[in-house]
Design a protein around this ligand. Structure first.
Ligand SMILES: Cc1cc2nc3c(=O)[nH]c(=O)nc-3n(C[C@H](O)[C@H](O)[C@H](O)COP(=O)(O)O)c2cc1C
Length: 351
């Protein structure tokens, strides 16, 4: 799978946002995104979350000073940021220059970044990740559980408020395409096997840092398996119910992997007892509507936050948005397409 698989929504679709045309008042959900929310121990001032985004700018696996600036620019008092996917162990990856959190050097570099985010009074979670999408042997799986545990410990030592375990996009959940044939002859996926690795990791991480600091990211309609939609719904509900047993803080859904599919997260929202974050192609209007309707508690924004460091403020003012430059998502200098997207204030100063 290539990097482009993150691109979940067609370019034209987000172009619509740039005009910010629709009026939330008329739609009856005036800026629900801007209302406070108590997420476990964290009092959030608004519901606009920075989604985790790989930017391939961590030379040698170590986050650089530019990364500090990137997150600092996107921090607002009481805002929640989830940092980019961060390796729990050295591993081959299709992505170059992704950060890790397994060495002292990496942890030290993250410490400075976390401090910069906290200085702006934002809440910061690390998305901890193993980059292999495959079925692991028994011993590999045991080792991975330990690596996640240690990564979570390192993240907390570096000052992060918590970790988000990356189980979306075909990571951790659902590699084992095992099916069993019931008495009626109908095949069903063996949910226990599909989630086993992920749940062992959750258990260890919760044991290490406490459930109130743990989130789980999951794309129920992932394209990395050959499950049917009905299987994916069953699997997602099973996973949500199992996550409840560990009393984790939140579940972060990535709704859309294929726009042609029915991508309702309602069954998982109903099954999961903690905070629900959702993401995938949300506009300001869409986010307000989703919060107002109770579909989710928080909305994570990827591309719009990438190109608008002051996204919460722009939403508040219903101001026009900077367009993102797809060409610099994963490459470019440490400035271009990374830390040089202007804020509204900077734009005013330039004009
Ligand atoms: C450049 C880029 C990098 C991404 N990297 C990650 C990642 O590291 N981990 C992850 O879980 N999702 C990743 N995603 C998915 C985003 O978190 C988000 O769910 C997705 O972009 C949909 O939200 P959006 O429509 O608001 O952009 C990435 C997306 C983009 C655009």
């Amino acid at each position: 799978m290539g990097l482009e698989t993150w691109m979940l929504v067609e370019e034209e679709e987000l172009e619509l946002v740039m005009s910010n045309g629709e009026d939330d008042n008329k739609a009856g959900h005036e800026q629900a995104l801007l209302t406070p929310y108590q997420m476990g121990p964290f009092l959030l001032a608004h519901r606009i979350v920075h989604a985790p985004m790989t930017r391939c700018r961590a030379s040698g696996g170590v986050p650089q000073p530019e990364t500090l600036l990137y997150y600092q620019q996107r921090s607002s008092p009481g805002g929640l940021l989830v940092a980019e996917a961060t390796q729990v162990m050295p591993a081959e990856s299709e992505y170059g220059d992704v950060p890790g959190i397994y060495s002292v050097e990496q942890a030290e570099a993250w410490k400075d970044i976390v401090k910069a985010v906290h200085d702006k009074k934002a809440v910061f979670f690390s998305e901890i990740w193993h980059s292999a999408r495959k079925t692991l042997s028994e011993s590999e799986s045991k080792m991975l559980v330990q690596k996640f545990r240690i990564a979570a410990r390192n993240a907390i030592s570096a000052g992060f408020d918590g970790v988000e375990i990356h189980g979306a996009h075909g990571y951790l959940v659902g590699h084992e395409l095992l099916r069993e044939r019931g008495d009626s002859g109908v095949e069903t996926i063996i949910q226990k096997n599909a989630c086993r690795n992920a749940l062992e990791i959750v258990e260890a991480v919760v044991d290490e840092i406490g459930g109130h600091r743990v989130g789980f990211r999951f794309s129920p309609f992932t394209e990395y398996t050959d499950y049917k939609i009905s299987d994916q719904i069953k699997l997602g509900v099973y996973l949500a119910e199992e996550l409840n047993k560990h009393k984790i803080l939140y579940c972060h859904f990535l709704e859309r992997m294929d726009l042609n599919k029915d991508a309702s997260i309602e069954p998982f929202r109903n099954a999961f007892k903690g905070t629900v974050i959702t993401s995938g192609g949300y506009t300001r209007e869409g986010g307000n509507a989703a919060i107002a309707s109770g579909k989710a508690d928080l909305i994570a924004y990827g591309r719009l936050f990438l190109s608008n460091p002051d996204l919460p403020k722009r939403f508040q003012l219903k101001a026009p948005l900077n367009k993102y430059d797809r060409g610099t998502f994963y490459s470019g200098t440490k400035v271009k397409g990374y830390t040089d997207y202007p804020t509204l204030e900077e734009l005013e100063f330039q004009s």
